[in-house]
Design a protein around this ligand. Structure first.
Ligand code: DGP
Length: 115
């Protein structure tokens, strides 16, 4: 998708620190980490936001959640816990229009998830 930052990261037009990649999924470190571990996990298919899921996209969403567990293990946060956040739309605080899952951990996170 033209002008999508994350599609450019997928296409290696913009550099990133990749922690996992296959044909369908890319995981890379967030440029502005809010915790010691802050990885963005994205479908390579351009889905602009959670509310734009199409038929059969539930398959890739399921794969992403399984991959998040695997990355949590390699990042050594699987046992102590972590948080997964999907911001959706303007009120949800979504800044990049390509569906992404924030995997955040490596410290004790606050209990308030809303500000
Ligand atoms: P959100 O607010 O949910 O849309 O989060 C977007 C995240 O994407 C934000 O935490 C910062 C991150 N981000 C934005 N641009 C880049 C980039 O060029 N590279 C990387 N690695 N992360 C980016």
């Amino acid at each position: 998708m033209d002008n999508c930052i994350f599609c450019k990261i997928i296409n290696k037009e913009i550099p990133s620190t990749i922690v996992f990649e296959d044909d369908e999924i890319l995981a890379f470190r967030d440029i502005n980490p809010v915790a010691p571990v802050h990885v963005l996990v994205i479908p390579k298919k351009h889905i602009s936001k959670l509310t734009e899921l199409e038929e059969n996209d539930e398959v890739i969403i399921g794969k992403i959640y399984k991959k998040i567990n695997e990355i949590a293990k390699t990042e050594k946060i699987f046992e102590k816990g972590f948080r997964v956040i999907v911001n959706c739309g303007e009120d949800g605080g979504q800044e990049v229009g390509h569906l992404h899952f924030h995997l955040i951990g490596g410290k004790k996170l606050g209990t308030k998830i809303c500000q």
